[in-house]
Write a protein that binds this ligand. Structure first.
Ligand code: GUN
Length: 293
């Protein structure tokens, strides 16, 4: 069994980006810029935004973080995004989700200029992804494809089973792996909570992508020997023996399932660190596109 070390790969990607950003500064006297917007005080979102900001600093990407109170009106948030849309120093705009209930996530996502939508959530970018045109790939799915590529895991003709149908992970990763392209070209099944017998599908997976959001949901009896496991789940479960009072576990029962797997991502240290690395990658790519070379 090979442990897929996302922490290590993410570090390599940040290192590669740091060199590329350094070259940009030498050549153009400017660097890519990212604007991150956080509305309210969701603890997990606060952690993610801080990690994104730190990662920008590490690779030399310029970043602005706007922290707004939970009561911020949809109108004010839209004005802020419009300001970033026309700000030449900003190549990527990220609005951390979830947003407070009174703000429409769809409306906010649609306000972000598709050319600065480094999360890849805008319907134009999502549409381009589905038809196989060049676009910004959403960061977590992009990170998953990058892990498969760097571990030389064949996807062509393989049966990939995605459990979960979110707009952020399930739907985009399924569509990306479906494309007739290098690093994709898979046979893809998407299943979800309405499946009466989930095991019927998961047991046929060569590659299983778990993006459900329920701790240790995938158990050993649900997979076949030699399966490749990509665990996207980050679930906080109570653990009084730790300082924080909780620990992070994935959607897969790692201990049991790792005995049957050929490759598996751990939680933490698997897919998670890749998401941030790919956000930086998208911001870099956005900058390059803006140069119109
Ligand atoms: N919330 C959970 N995942 C993400 C993500 O990838 N981007 C943003 N903006 N919010 C999220």
């Amino acid at each position: 069994m090979t442990l897929i070390d996302g922490k290590k790969i993410a570090k390599e990607i940040r290192f590669e980006l740091k060199e590329k950003v350094f070259d940009l500064r030498q050549k153009y006297g400017t660097v890519p810029g990212l604007a991150a917007v956080l509305v309210g005080e969701n603890p997990a979102s606060q952690v993610y935004v801080r990690m994104k900001q730190r990662a920008c600093e590490e690779v030399g990407i310029y970043s602005v973080v706007e922290k707004l109170p939970a009561e911020t009106s949809e109108e004010d948030l839209i004005s802020l995004i419009e300001r970033f849309n026309s700000d030449k120093k900003i190549n990527g705009i990220l609005v951390q989700l979830p947003l407070p209930e009174h703000i429409s996530e769809n409306k906010i996502i649609e306000t972000i200029s598709p050319s600065k939508d480094v999360d890849g959530f805008h319907p134009v970018n999502m549409g381009n992804l589905v038809i196989g045109k060049e676009t910004f790939y959403p960061c977590t799915p992009y990170g998953i494809l990058e892990l498969l590529k760097r571990y030389r895991i064949e996807t062509k003709g393989k049966h990939v089973v995605v459990v979960g149908r979110s707009n952020i992970v399930g739907k985009p990763v399924a569509n990306m792996l479906l494309q007739k392209k290098e690093g994709a070209n898979a046979i893809v099944t998407v299943c979800h909570s309405a499946a009466k017998d989930l095991k019927k599908y998961t047991a046929t997976a060569d590659i299983l992508i778990a993006a459900i959001g329920r701790p240790k949901f995938i158990t050993a009896d649900m997979v076949k020997d030699g399966v490749v496991i990509i665990d996207v789940g980050i679930n906080r479960v109570e653990d009084k023996s730790t300082e924080k009072g909780y620990k992070l576990v994935g959607d897969v029962d790692f201990e049991e399932v790792s005995r049957k797997a050929s490759f598996i991502t751990p939680v933490p240290g698997g897919v998670g660190p890749m998401t941030i690395a790919m956000l930086l990658q998208n911001t870099y790519e956005s900058f390059i596109k803006s140069l119109n070379l």
